[in-house]
Design a protein around this ligand. Structure first.
Ligand SMILES: Cc1cc2nc3c(=O)[nH]c(=O)nc-3n(C[C@H](O)[C@H](O)[C@H](O)COP(=O)(O)OP(=O)(O)OC[C@H]3O[C@@H](n4cnc5c(N)ncnc54)[C@H](O)[C@@H]3O)c2cc1C
Length: 320
């Protein structure tokens, strides 16, 4: 059954769903191309747990909120771009009509308006990812402080220390070999799973990497600084930081009313410029097919999608 399409309070060229680096960078470039834009942002960025972001050229080490604040301040110079904070897109629907407004987003929250919906010619999905961490009682308390998920982002600060890699995913041994670039004191914790097979374990051992297969009882430490991993059999391994492999899930429930091609992980499939399988819908950042999950990559993808979106709105064919 098709869902009823609600009336809209605002009509724009583009709805950007998600106000992280992907969405904000797209909005900046769309604004500069004189598109009317509404950015809808729930305000729950993936890296909210961390105090410093690394690897963003000219902003290495910046607090994540500060990066967003700077981006918002730049957007404020463009009267054709509106940001709806603490507002969620609950559903995106296609709509009929000859006004070119092909999509309508139902909204909930602080900036939702009356009626709570925005109509648009195009949509950019930049809603990032949700993470599920291994089930270890105190892990959340250390995540983003001394346990991280992205080596490229945070391993420099932890180099040459005794580190843990905790995970239950089949790529654990591969990630361990990568992490060994930053330390020669690495212990891999499979938390009772069979994430590392015996051949991989032997290969890791040859590089001096220890594999602990026991279930983890909990982490020890103080005020975000982890100091040891404690197994249920009483074994205690002292560490001075670590990494974890979360399970990642796209945050795309609001797309259930629209047919879009997904990959086997549920991420949106796009071409290299961010076009999805449905004309007029684009995706950028962590919400698009897997790749390096980094702020500058997300921002770059947002900028690129904005350029092709404008070309598509005008109806010109380009090399993009
Ligand atoms: C602990 C941690 C540390 C990290 N450190 C670094 C680092 O140092 N350097 C680095 O480059 N990368 C780092 N990353 C990765 C980085 O945070 C992500 O790659 C980046 O945030 C992706 O940007 P994005 O715009 O795609 O998504 P996000 O930044 O996650 O933004 C998505 C936004 O969309 C909103 N949203 C979701 N659903 C809806 C909806 N239905 N309606 C409205 N809004 C919605 C969310 O609330 C959020 O504000 C880190 C990640 C984590 C978890």
């Amino acid at each position: 059954m098709t869902e009823p399409v609600p009336p809209a309070s605002t009509e724009v060229d583009v709805i950007v769903i998600g106000g992280g680096p992907a969405g904000l960078s797209a909005a900046l470039n769309l604004g500069r191309a004189r598109a009317s834009v509404v950015v809808v942002d729930a305000g729950r960025p993936r890296n909210a747990a961390t105090l410093r972001s690394h690897g963003f050229l000219t902003r290495d080490g910046i607090p994540p909120l500060e990066l967003r604040k700077l981006a918002r301040a730049e957007l404020a110079a463009y009267p054709n771009v509106r940001v709806l904070d603490r507002t969620v897109v609950t559903a995106l629907l296609e709509k009929d009509g000859d006004d070119g407004l092909r999509f309508i987003a139902a909204l909930k929250g602080r900036g939702a308006g009356t009626p709570p919906a925005v109509a648009a010619r195009s949509v950019l999905v930049a809603t990032g990812l949700r993470e599920t961490l291994p089930d270890i009682p105190s892990l959340r308390a250390f995540y983003g402080m001394s346990i991280f998920s992205c080596a490229a982002c945070d391993a420099w600060e932890l180099q040459d220390r005794p580190l843990a890699l905790i995970g239950e995913t089949p790529d654990l041994a591969t990630r361990a070999r990568l992490l060994a670039r930053w330390t020669d004191r690495l212990t891999v914790f499979t938390h009772g799973s069979d994430a590392v097979d015996t051949v991989e374990e032997a290969e890791l051992a040859a590089s001096g990497i220890v594999v602990e297969r026991g279930a983890i009882d909990d982490l020890e430490g103080d005020r975000g600084a982890v100091s040891a991993v404690r197994l249920t059999d009483g074994t205690r391994v002292e560490i001075d930081g670590g990494f974890v492999r979360p399970q990642w899930h796209p945050a795309l429930d609001f797309l259930s009313g629209i047919e879009l091609e997904r990959d086997r992980f549920g991420n949106l499939v796009t071409d290299r410029s961010g076009r999805t399988s449905l004309h007029g819908v684009y995706a950028a950042g962590d919400a698009a097919s897997p790749g390096p999950q980094q702020l500058i990559v997300a921002a770059g993808q947002g900028a690129r999608a904005a350029v092709v979106l404008v070309h598509d709105l005008v109806g010109v064919r380009t090399a993009h």
